[in-house]
Write a protein of this length. Structure first.
Length: 281
């Protein structure tokens, strides 16, 4: 069966490489500047980035330029796709959707650019669900229906070891950053309406992460669910959090444990950890 819809996303979705290949998902890379050197984020080793951040070397991120989308869209059209659905990091955090729209205006088939209002695996799981629908031969409207349901029901939580890096990037106020550092308060954040907001907090990482797991379990419901944990230089603790989720959720469909996108790591800082639950109904 010919695939009528091509799926495009960006590198912040944290989709495992083998899954992207299997489902035919095209991934456009965001850009990362460390010191004076620009690269696609996939070319920046995570340990190198983490050490640069600890050493105070300037780090900046940027959206893909429109040509990066144009060539992906052109390839999809050449392969026979009737439409392209391009799903990306929240516009509250990045200008990626704007670059995608600029490129979409130059393509001869319909291109639907979707602001997911999410990031990381919160973006990745809906993209994977949309791609599964596309592989099965769904129409553009059918794929969009699947995507919309998953975007509305997916919950994404973020633990950061320090608020310093979010504050540097303008994602949190100076007073909140100071409070977290001086009192060892570890916040659990949630991506809400496309921007980062505080959900709860705990004294020390263990209490904060237990609260994150409890909240994720509550939001997952009792039906089948995809769960994911992503981290930035925090592998051991990420595995423990994933084990906690597995022990408390009755119907798990897909499990993903990944080191997060370097771009997300650059904003959240070493020790950051994300928890995503995405009901699969």
């Amino acid at each position: 069966m010919r695939q009528r819809v091509a799926i495009v996303t960006d590198s912040t979705a944290s989709i495992p490489h083998d899954v992207a290949e299997q489902l035919g998902i095209s991934v456009v890379q965001l850009e990362l500047k460390v010191g004076d050197e620009y690269n696609d984020e996939r070319r920046v080793p995570h340990p190198t980035l983490a050490q640069a951040m600890r050493d105070g070397i300037p780090v900046a991120t940027g959206e893909p330029p429109p040509p990066a989308f144009f060539w992906n869209y052109t390839d999809a059209a050449a392969s026979g796709a009737e439409a392209i659905i391009s799903i990306h990091i929240s516009e509250g955090l990045s200008q990626t959707c704007q670059s995608a729209r600029t490129a979409a205006a130059e393509i001869g088939i319909p291109v639907y650019v979707v602001d997911s209002r999410l990031v990381g695996l919160g973006l990745g799981f809906p993209v994977m669900a949309a791609a599964e629908a596309a592989v099965s031969g769904a129409t553009p409207q059918g794929v969009m229906g699947v995507l919309d349901r998953r975007l509305r029901t997916t919950t994404q939580l973020l633990y950061v070891d320090t608020l310093e890096y979010l504050q540097r990037g303008g994602r949190i106020g100076r007073a909140q950053a100071w409070l977290g550092q001086t009192l060892s308060i570890k916040p659990v954040l949630v991506l809400k309406e496309g921007v980062i907001d505080q959900l709860t907090k705990g004294i020390g990482p263990d209490r904060a992460l237990k609260k994150a797991v409890a909240n994720a379990v509550q939001r997952a419901g009792s039906g089948p669910v995809d769960i994911g944990v992503e981290h930035f230089q925090f592998a051991d603790r990420a595995q423990r959090v994933l084990d906690d989720l597995r022990s408390q959720l009755p119907q798990i469909r897909r499990v993903t444990l990944e080191e997060t996108s370097a771009v997300l790591g650059a904003h959240a800082g070493p020790g950051a950890l994300g928890v995503t639950v995405s009901p699969a109904t």
